[in-house]
Design a protein around this ligand. Structure first.
Ligand SMILES: NC(=O)c1ccc[n+]([C@@H]2O[C@H](COP(=O)([O-])OP(=O)(O)OC[C@H]3O[C@@H](n4cnc5c(N)ncnc54)[C@H](OP(=O)(O)O)[C@@H]3O)[C@@H](O)[C@H]2O)c1
Length: 284
């Protein structure tokens, strides 16, 4: 049996097995199973060794181990290097490589034709990122090459400053001269932006509210309010934006695309992100 895993702590909420097992069945990838496993930090080395030996074919990593796994890997590739966030492990030439598919998944969600009227390009836009947790560097990375200005704020300001440093390094690697990232005090708001993204976990519980007032975006049809949370489907952050007349998008398409990219890396199969797979998440 070919074994694939998503590891994290907590892990009960993960919908990755639902999606990956659906694609495996659909593409007749037999003798394979994708499971979720709650792990502790001390278990990470053993998991990586099992990937190295081929006992486990592929692993997704979620909260809180995306950074902690890095010292155990043989190589860290692409976006994972610049975000210091690994969400996918692959075995390559008997070694374990770490990748980040969240950034690409997020980018694809913005360009997704299935998201119809929510389309927005990333060129020359002003971006406001709220939060500085594990997922935030992946979101920031999606904009460093194209944005005009990126504002970032977090309850714990030092974490926003750390993520700015990662973003500045990516910008330098791209050869962009100007620093376009600015840390904003928690509770302060920058100029009106084209995209406002909640990357905090506030909203995971139904009645939770981000303590931030966006009244100045009233009737602004151009700004996209994006919440990386996809369960619940509509956080208060998005509900208020919809009532104000702003564009809205939740994290569902990002989640599906990051999974699709990992699935292709492991199996070589380009699985569909279509209405059927979207329905799986909606029904859960
Ligand atoms: N759509 C997708 O594919 C996808 C992928 C990954 C993650 N996510 C979602 O993204 C969210 C964040 O994940 P993560 O891994 O980045 O989590 P994390 O590392 O635990 O970070 C949590 C973030 O939320 C902030 N926060 C928590 N409670 C707060 C409060 N009461 N007031 C203000 N800020 C608060 C934290 O601020 P402090 O630093 O001050 O604590 C931090 O910025 C989760 O809901 C997760 O489900 C979605």
């Amino acid at each position: 049996m070919r074994k694939y895993l998503v590891i994290g702590n907590p892990i009960e909420h993960s919908l990755s097995p639902l999606i990956h097992n659906y694609w495996m069945k659909k593409h007749s990838i037999t003798n394979s199973v994708y499971e979720k496993k709650k792990v502790e930090k001390k278990d990470l080395r053993d998991i990586v060794n099992q990937v190295r030996s081929g006992e486990i074919r592929g692993v997704n990593i979620t909260v809180p181990f995306k950074k902690e796994i890095i010292p155990l890997l043989d190589e860290v590739k692409g976006d994972a290097q610049q975000t210091q966030s690994v969400n996918t492990l692959c075995r390559v030439n008997n070694e374990v490589y770490g990748y980040n598919t969240d950034t690409e998944g997020f980018k694809k969600s913005l360009n997704d034709s299935l998201s119809s009227n929510n389309l927005i390009d990333r060129i020359n836009k002003n971006i406001f990122i709220i939060g500085a947790g594990g997922v935030t560097p992946s979101i920031l990375k999606a904009f460093v090459g194209t944005a005009n200005k990126i504002y970032i704020t977090n309850r714990t300001k030092e974490k926003a400053s750390e993520i700015k440093k990662l973003g500045d390094m990516s910008i330098a690697l791209l050869g962009r001269k100007r620093s376009i990232i600015e840390v904003v005090d928690w509770g302060e708001k920058p100029e009106i932006c084209d995209v406002v993204i909640n990357t905090t976990s506030v909203g995971l519980k139904k009645n939770e509210n981000l303590d931030m007032d966006f009244k100045d975006y009233e009737n602004n049809k151009n700004t996209l309010f994006y919440d990386v949370i996809y369960n619940p489907k509509e956080t208060n952050f998005l509900k208020k934006a919809r009532f104000r007349g702003n564009k809205v998008m939740n994290g569902k398409m990002m989640f599906l695309w990051q999974a699709q990219i990992a699935f292709q890396m492991w199996t070589g199969v380009s699985a569909e992100v279509d209405e059927d797979v979207i329905k799986l998440l909606d029904n859960d």
